[in-house]
Design a protein around this ligand. Structure first.
Ligand SMILES: [Cu+2]
Length: 241
């Protein structure tokens, strides 16, 4: 089954970027090396940044969320469905549990050491602990989760969403997991290095296909002339608009 992803096309030499969405392209999904979920809701905003690091199994997850209450712990998970355009976190359905772990193991007791057999795939808080909050109302957390991946496999998080819960399990904020891939452009399509520094005229989001994508986003485009990681952060912010 193909999943909806949005892919960043980055011309490596020129750092000229554009965004487009495709409903189904496994070759693109297999090239995703980073994904960002921009979460919003109830005054909470922030990003979940998923990165595939060479030589590491699973994904590195960097969370930076603000608008939280100090002293409160917030569970968070990957949920099955994407967030609809109206932002309703309830519509994301249940936790991503590709292997049916919850129904197979009652009572449910997620253990990080046996994550694949005891944890729902999407139960990030079960494996890593809840988000804790500093004095500024920020939840900042980085960890490597051993079982989630990109691509088209059963452990892939692409095409799903992230939900932050209140301690009573109310859904407070959510956002779609948007994958990014490096793609070498066809010869002749790359712009000159000078053009990549000329501002917003050259970097319109092109080919965005809202019909095919369950992830309906507006992109304003963004000039990208720095390192890949910086490009991904900038474009992730644009997607949240
Ligand atoms: Cu959840």
């Amino acid at each position: 089954m193909f999943k909806n992803i949005i892919v960043l096309v980055l011309a490596a030499a020129t750092a000229n970027a554009s965004l487009y969405a495709r409903a189904s392209d496994p070759s693109l999904a297999s090239r995703v090396t980073q994904a960002i979920a921009s979460v919003t809701g109830n005054g909470i905003t922030g990003n979940f940044n998923f990165t595939q690091e060479s030589g590491q199994s699973g994904l590195k997850v960097a969370i930076n969320v603000s608008g939280l209450k100090q002293g409160t712990q917030y569970p968070f998970h990957i949920h099955i469905n994407v967030v609809p355009p109206n932002g309703n976190c309830t519509a994301t359905g249940g936790h991503l549990d590709t292997f049916g772990v919850k129904t197979a193991n009652a009572p449910y007791n997620c253990s990080k050491n046996n994550a694949l057999t005891t944890c729902e795939l999407g139960d990030l808080a079960g494996r890593q602990g809840n988000i804790t909050v500093n004095a500024n109302g920020q939840g900042i957390m980085t960890f490597n989760d051993p079982i989630i991946t990109f691509g088209e496999g059963k452990t892939s998080i692409l095409g799903h969403s992230v939900v932050i819960h209140a301690p009573d399990n109310t859904r407070l904020a959510c956002g779609n997991i948007v994958g990014y891939a490096l793609q070498v452009p066809a010869s002749g399509s790359a712009s000159s290095p000078a053009a990549s520094h000329s501002g917003s005229s050259q970097d319109e989001a092109s080919g965005l296909d809202p019909v095919d994508s369950a992830i309906t986003t507006k992109t304003s485009g963004s000039a990208v002339s720095a390192a890949l990681s910086a490009a991904l952060v900038v474009l992730g912010a644009a997607i949240a608009l």
